[in-house]
Design a protein around this ligand. Structure first.
Ligand code: ATR
Length: 281
């Protein structure tokens, strides 16, 4: 079998990425004779790889750190989702024209439904954190028909910015301080809590801390943590001990890639095989 280099991932560093492993499984499954390539690209090298992306046979590239924002100025079009999220994690080539898209939102929703069984339609959610991941999650929940979202964040201005970007005449994103009394009040009335803050992350600012504790969490709530190291974060432990259902960000990572593969090729991804390859890697 001969392989070309018309699909892959760019980032810096890129050596740790598992994407080439689980994406290759999908290419091979469909007998697509391509090698899912990992390109280690610095900021200075971006224009050069973009030229390659525009070449005749080029299909698509996944975009990871630190290029998710910078790549936006090199593409010809941005999808509505990429514009709203303000970041691109996939680009697709169509006859030399590049479209930037973001699959973190749909990847999150697919992961949430798959792991917890929760359909966000008409539900109420509390979201901790107001960074880039929070934007993707708030937008994903909004387009899935969520009834209400409240963002709780240490720096209130960051939450207010997301709220104003996603609120419209039919949909209001609320904002509260990162303060127990306010958090408890909202938590008593939601179906879903998502942690997008770095609390609980190995090597992060507060690895042993949860944004909320079990005595403030309703039974049978769904809790999802985008932090995936450790697999069971302090937040997910609290959800479990209050009798809730948990989901973690590992499968969001795989699903954002699955969504990208499906858009790039127009084919259904072999989801189970891709997860199996990811787990083994
Ligand atoms: P990402 O882009 O991956 O979402 P980020 O932009 O660094 O990452 O966002 C991290 C989130 O964790 C932010 O909401 C941050 O709060 P601020 O907006 O106040 O910075 C939150 N966070 C980080 N450390 C925290 C801490 N020690 N206590 C509470 N929140 C914290």
């Amino acid at each position: 079998m001969t392989y070309k280099e018309n699909i892959g991932i760019i980032g810096h560093p890129i050596g740790h990425s598992k994407s080439p492993i689980f994406q290759q499984v999908a290419l091979d499954y469909h007998n697509i004779q391509e090698k899912f390539t990992a390109w280690d690209i610095s900021d200075e090298e971006l224009p050069k790889i973009v030229e390659h992306f525009k070449s005749k046979n080029f299909i698509a590239s996944c975009i990871t750190l630190p290029h998710k924002l910078n790549i936006m100025k090199y593409v010809d079009n941005l999808t509505e989702t990429a514009k709203k999220v303000g970041a691109v994690n996939w680009i697709f080539n169509n006859k030399g024209k590049l479209t930037g898209h973001n699959t973190d939102c749909s990847g999150f929703i697919r992961s949430l439904k798959d792991q917890t069984g929760l359909n966000p339609n008409s539900k109420n959610a509390l979201v901790f954190g107001a960074g880039g991941a929070s934007r993707a999650i708030v937008y994903g929940l909004k387009i899935s028909g969520i009834n209400s979202i409240t963002i709780s964040n240490r720096t209130i201005e960051n939450a207010e910015k997301i709220a104003s970007d996603f609120s419209d005449k039919n949909f209001l994103v609320n904002v509260i301080n990162f303060e127990k009394t306010q958090i408890d009040k909202v938590a008593s009335d939601v179906d879903l809590i998502v942690n997008t803050s770095s609390l609980g992350m190995t090597g992060g600012p507060a690895p042993n801390t949860s944004p909320i504790y079990s005595n403030s969490i309703r039974k049978s709530i769904v809790g999802y943590d985008i932090v995936y190291a450790p697999i069971e974060t302090p937040f997910l432990k609290e959800i479990k001990s209050s009798g809730g259902i948990t989901g973690n960000g590992i499968s969001m990572l795989v699903y954002q890639g699955i969504e990208g593969f499906e858009m790039a090729t127009g084919l259904n991804a072999p989801v189970e095989k891709m997860f199996e390859a990811f787990r083994k890697a």
